[in-house]
Design a protein around this ligand. Structure first.
Ligand code: GLA
Length: 739
């Protein structure tokens, strides 16, 4: 039993293997937060955790000098207007303009398992009876008839709790829901660092770590996508927490649109965390009997450092979030033509790509942008999902057949949400393009965005994509999204519904994904948004992997993949080898290093393999063989961060994957700038079995796991790369196998 209820005192103690989450109904009928952290015993008395003292100069709810002062209390889903002046978790405006809501406890329900949300939102689930339980607490506001259901699903085996809220209007007036967050967590002090993952195009998810301070710190997005700039995932860790020890909470949101992660340190130096849909640019009209379901938020606690936190979250997603058809499936090694050809493609070129790919052992060819409409550059044709017969005179079916004939899979690029003004679709349906009345659309990459909040748009896209997928036996879809929304306006929505637009847009995206997945359960989807601009759990529900970044330079990728690994498992990260000099920064990195970085994820190639000399092809063949041998480990193994590329202390960084039985580990050590005559370097393995003996890179001598972890493994100096002639950017792999 993960959910223990004390009926007399209305206390709810949610327990996972290693954590406790305790809440209780307060005197005012709302729900208070009592404790979240390392597991504690169940008890019928948590008075010690709830002791109160009256404070001057803040309202008291019981009497003027009473100690029931909301401002001092940790709460679970704070309302607005009764004397808690911190940011509330939700807010409702009545027809008369009043914005005060008073919720009262009505009852609770505990159900076993965890079912998916029915509201067209991606969500977690417990299909395989992994002992999940769900607690729903019902609260109502007598004055307005607003009913609020607080949902808590407990996943005991991964130390995860998933929260969401459902609002139901059981009154007779329309209520405006001005904010409706998914998770609130009030913590008793402020001694935390905030770790968030900041970036831009080609520089996604760079770790940023600072102590939280008095006041409000917020990260979020108003781009109608989770964005390159901030990822919804963040961590609050004690100041002394590092990769291997210490307390940390990880938070994430199962959502791909505008979001907010807010951390408020109040006047009593306690911390309020809020996670959910960004209240700016949001309001929902809740008519009588209507419902609003928030997205789900995931929270997890570890007392054993950041590696442990990332690992438990990663396993949780693979078991309880990702499309089960692919969750444990090995992902294909692919070649994508984009960086090699851009729009300059035809059947002959792609066929020769496929043939060379086959020689190398690559398993899938992905035809990227440019195969449809009249698309010869980025100025036209988005929306015209019909094969370009100039480039593919016999359609894509012929190419698909020859790729399948080679025993390979065939993947195809789409950018469903977009429309070019120079397209047949725009000429036919100019009203489908998002633009505010009387305004001009602001261009980006010569393209605009389709109004995904409209059913007819979703239906058109479904029909046209389904036809292409079906006719050409597509095995994989790369779903791209290369710009954010400007001039947001829903032509089909009334004036008072305009702030629903952002959420309705993303619901339309989800609806399209769901329809396609239902029709094509065996097609693997990969999401992409100019690289990693929508790398979030909402997308991962439908598309189990994502293109991590358009930046494929190995040195930059170490940072991007390292940062991404805090919140997401390796199976979610597309990682490819591209050509040198790198298209973005001109850097020459050795082929071996590019491979040693790209192995840690869903491996592939993204360069012109038809113009390489035989020695390179031979090396690639070996890379593919090596990856195939360790693929399960590289995609689903336990990932450990060892030395951070964000610490500028040294010129090395390293990481490692270990299998579940601790029999095999592969670690990589990367060198950025070579320093002549440098000190000795040791690699400190992690996660091995102390008592097992391991052979490293087939050494003649075996070492105990404890020695490799505590004393480290000597790393011999780096040699010059044969092709670049440089020692910079070299790397080494260490395969440790138990005897
Ligand atoms: C985006 C993607 C790339 C590629 C191009 C095609 O930039 O991130 O991988 O698909 O679009 O236009």
């Amino acid at each position: 039993m993960s959910i223990n209820v004390n009926e007399d005192k209305l206390l709810f103690h949610l327990q996972t293997k290693n954590t406790s989450y305790i809440v209780g109904v307060m005197e005012n009928g709302e729900v208070g937060q009592i404790y979240y952290g390392k597991k504690v015993h169940q008890s019928d008395n948590y008075d010690n955790l709830q002791t109160r003292e009256w404070r001057n100069c803040i309202p008291s709810l019981d009497n003027d000098h009473g100690d029931f002062q909301l401002e001092m209390l940790k709460q679970e889903y704070a309302s607005f207007g009764k004397g808690d002046f911190r940011k509330p978790a939700f807010q409702v405006t009545e027809e008369n303009g009043s914005r005060v809501t008073v919720l009262n406890y009505e009852g609770y329900q505990v159900t076993s398992g965890k079912s998916r949300l029915e509201a067209g939102l991606p969500s977690t689930f417990d299909d395989n009876d992994d002992d999940a339980e769900t607690l729903t607490i019902k609260l109502t506001d007598d004055l307005t008839g607003l009913t609020v259901f607080l949902n808590y699903s407990v996943f005991p085996n991964q130390d995860v709790i998933v929260r969401s809220t459902k609002f139901v209007n059981q009154g007779s007036e329309t209520l405006s829901l001005n904010r409706a967050l998914s998770l609130q967590l009030d913590l008793p002090d402020k001694e935390y660092d905030l770790l968030h993952f900041h970036g831009s195009w080609a520089r996604e998810r760079e770790l940023s770590r600072d102590a939280i301070h008095d006041g409000i710190q917020e990260i979020g997005s108003l781009r109608t996508a989770s964005s390159h700039q901030e990822n919804p995932f963040f961590i609050l860790a004690r100041h002394d927490t590092n990769e291997d020890q210490g307390n940390a909470f990880g938070f994430n949101l199962v959502y791909s649109g505008n979001f907010i992660d807010s951390v408020e340190v109040d006047q009593y130096r306690t911390t309020r965390v809020l996670v959910g849909i960004n209240p700016e640019e949001f309001e929902w009209q809740l008519a009588p009997n209507a419902e609003f379901q928030t997205p789900e938020a995931v929270v997890s606690f570890s007392d054993s450092g950041l590696n442990q936190l990332s690992q438990q979250l990663g396993k949780f997603y693979e078991k309880h979030l990702v499309n089960p058809n692919f969750a444990n499936e090995l992902r294909p090694i692919l070649i994508n033509n984009w960086e090699a050809t851009e729009f300059n493609i035809n059947e002959e070129k792609l066929t020769s790509f496929a043939k060379t790919a086959k020689k190398i052992g690559i398993e899938m060819l992905v035809l990227d942008d440019g195969w449809f409409g009249k698309r010869n550059d980025d100025t036209s044709s988005l929306g015209d999902w019909k094969v370009n017969l100039d480039k593919f005179p016999s359609g894509l079916g012929h190419l698909s057949e020859s790729i399948h004939g080679l025993g390979m899979k065939f993947g195809l690029w789409f950018e469903p949400e977009m429309i070019s003004q120079n397209s047949d679709l725009f000429r036919e349906h100019p009203e489908w393009l998002i633009v505010a009345p009387g305004r001009k659309p602001t261009p980006q990459r010569h393209q605009s965005v389709l109004d995904m909040s409209r059913d007819d748009v979703v239906e058109y896209l479904f029909e046209s994509m389904a036809k292409i997928i079906e006719d050409n036996q597509i095995d994989y879809v790369k779903w791209d999204m290369n710009r954010n929304i400007t001039e947001a306006f829903g032509a089909k929505l009334s004036a008072d519904q305009q702030l629903e637009f952002g959420h309705r847009y993303i619901l339309g995206v989800y609806a399209l994904y769901q329809k396609l997945i239902d029709k094509f359960p065996n097609v693997l989807f990969e999401s992409c948004a100019s690289g990693g601009g929508r790398f979030d759990l909402g997308m991962m529900y439908y598309a189990p992997q994502a293109w991590t970044s358009d930046d494929t330079d190995a040195m930059e990728r170490i940072k991007i993949q390292y940062g991404t690994s805090y919140g997401y498992p390796l199976s979610m990260m597309g990682a490819h080898i591209s050509a040198v000099p790198n298209g973005l920064n001109g850097r020459q990195t050795p082929l071996s290093t590019r491979a040693n970085v790209a192995y840690f994820g869903d491996f592939g190639y993204e360069l012109d393999i038809t113009s390489l000399d035989e020695s390179i092809i031979a090396e690639m063949k070996q890379q593919v063989e090596f990856y195939k041998e360790y693929r399960r480990l590289f995609q689903f193994g336990k990932f450990y961060r060892i030395e951070s590329p964000y610490d500028n202390r040294g010129s090395y960084s390293s990481w490692e994957v270990v299998d579940e039985n601790q029999d095999v580990a592969v670690a990589a050590l990367y060198q950025t700038m070579q320093r002549p005559n440098d000190s000795y370097v040791r690699l400190y393995f992690k996660g091995l079995d102390e008592d097992k003996q391991y052979l490293v890179n087939n050494d003649s001598h075996a070492y105990y796991g404890d020695e490799l972890m505590n004393a480290g493994y000597f790393v011999s100096h780096f040699n010059r790369d044969e092709r670049t002639g440089s020692v910079d950017f070299q790397s080494q792999l260490f395969v440790a196998k138990a005897k």
